[in-house]
Design a protein around this ligand. Structure first.
Ligand SMILES: *Cc1c(COP(=O)(O)O)cnc(C)c1O
Length: 451
């Protein structure tokens, strides 16, 4: 047997992020200004983003240098481990070789710190004093709170109300890093007040919390907005994951036939996958890339490929993406980080062009896979990450069926230590599957803006 954990040294942390826009056969259609419905240029974004991030949003330069200060902070936990899941292979009795890249080793517990740090850095450079954001499950809010603390920025987090109530420890984590955490919808913003006037008991959604955070940022000179997924610059920052994984696989004398990631807004999937899409597009490789999403929020597998807003109030630019419509209210599944109505325009375009695949899995299957993984590899995965595990187990069992010894690499985007309520519910038989009626989707898609 060869090594279980494949390490790189700090010196081997990549020096550049990989920008897939340099190599895609078709770029996504440009974002549209929500008022004029005309293509939105950099000036439309300056009220809420610093220019460096706006340029990363639009540039087609292939390699973007990672600033030294950012690389120094990455050293707190990077390079992240790549692990050969020998024990899982054995339990599944599969000829497949399974590797996973573990992002839960970051101090925030997920991959989100990979982009929180550069976002805080570029805002600090631009003289910004305060960042506003939203958080659903609390992973992104935790990562941004930490990054803001590292750079001496204030941080305000609009946290979806249901999570605010259900995940007090995530809230405390953000408060340890001095972030102000507000349950959304709140009375702090016009968007929040309007929602509360209509539905005083609203438990919130990511789309609502985004409206509040954007309004906060747009209304204050000293404040910008930060988004934890979906946008091109976020996908860019996450490519550190796949570049490291590639170097580690090389050390293990392996190369993946299949790369699998869970997909909410697309950032961990892109981060791991895009450096391999690069190999497919420029080096004649034929890696299969599979984005795995919940059946309860099936953006990529059942959504429309269309222009839509990123938020409920219609304040963000319209993005060209797979979407379920901003009115879509996903069931209260436990993978809170995968409950967004839209998806990354880059991931959406690649799927539309047949360069990646998508698949939806059900909640009970996800928890079964999570436990199989925990009991063999010892790590309790975030329920989001368990989607990638389910996708991997399905492929590994297909290998067993066919006798093919494929190499599978999946992204373990975070640990589940703050998700014990979800596991408790599963262990006591209280987790349900939601089959989403076509009618509910059709209704939600009626809210798509006419472009
Ligand atoms: C936020 C989150 C996700 C989903 O977001 P992506 O942008 O699709 O990666 C997945 N896993 C974990 C652990 C998360 O925190």
């Amino acid at each position: 047997m060869s090594e279980t954990k494949i390490y790189l040294s700090e010196k081997e942390i990549p020096t550049n992020w990989y920008n897939i826009m340099a190599d895609m056969p078709n770029l996504p259609k440009p974002p549209l200004n929500p008022q004029t419905m005309q293509p939105a240029g950099p000036p439309d974004l300056t009220p809420i983003f610093p220019m460096d991030l706006i340029m990363q949003e639009v540039t087609q330069e292939r390699w973007i240098v990672i600033p030294d200060e950012v690389r120094e902070l990455y050293k707190l936990w990077r390079p992240a481990p790549l692990v050969r899941a020998y024990r899982l292979e054995k339990v599944l009795d599969t000829p497949a070789k399974i590797f996973y890249k573990y992002e839960g080793a970051s101090p925030a517990g997920s991959h989100k710190l990979n982009t929180a740090i550069p976002q805080a850095y570029y805002n600090k450079q631009a003289g910004i004093k305060r960042l506003a954001t939203e958080t659903g499950a609390g992973q992104w809010g935790s990562a941004l709170a930490m990054a803001c603390k590292f750079f001496g920025l204030e941080c305000i987090v609009y946290m979806v109300k249901i999570s605010y109530q259900q995940k007090p420890y995530r809230r405390s984590l953000m408060q340890i890093f001095d972030a102000e955490v507000i349950a959304s919808p709140s009375d702090r913003t016009n968007a929040g007040r309007q929602i509360l006037a209509k539905s005083p008991d609203s438990l919130g959604s990511l789309g609502m919390a985004i409206s509040e955070a954007v309004e906060d940022a747009a209304g204050r000179e000293d404040t910008n907005y930060a988004l934890g997924s979906v946008l091109n610059h976020v996908m860019l920052h996450q490519t550190i994951i796949g570049q490291e994984a590639k170097a580690q696989m090389e050390k293990a004398d392996a190369y993946p036939d299949i790369v699998i990631g869970c997909c909410g807004g697309g950032s961990n999937f892109s981060g791991l996958g895009f450096p391999f899409v690069y190999d497919n597009l420029t080096k004649g490789k034929k890696v299969r890339l599979i984005a795995v999403e919940p059946e309860a929020c099936p953006t990529l597998t059942r959504g429309a490929f269309a222009y839509d807003f990123g938020d409920v109030a219609g304040m963000t630019p319209l993005l060209s993406m797979y979407t379920l419509g901003t009115e879509f209210m996903p069931a209260g599944i436990h993978a809170g980080g995968l409950r967004y109505h839209g998806d990354s325009p880059l991931v959406s375009q690649l799927l539309h062009d047949g360069l990646i695949e998508a698949k939806a899995v059900n909640q009970i299957g996800i928890f079964e896979s999570a436990l199989t993984f925990a009991r063999s590899e010892g790590i309790i995965p975030a329920p989001e990450s368990a989607h990638a595990i389910k996708g991997t187990i399905d492929e590994a069992l297909a290998c067993k069926e066919s006798g093919e010894a494929k190499t599978i690499l999946f992204g373990l985007s975070g640990h589940g230590h703050f998700d014990m309520t979800a596991y408790e519910n599963y262990l006591s038989g209280q987790i349900q599957d939601f089959s989403l009626p076509q009618e509910a989707l059709d209704n939600a898609l009626k809210s798509l803006p006419k472009v």
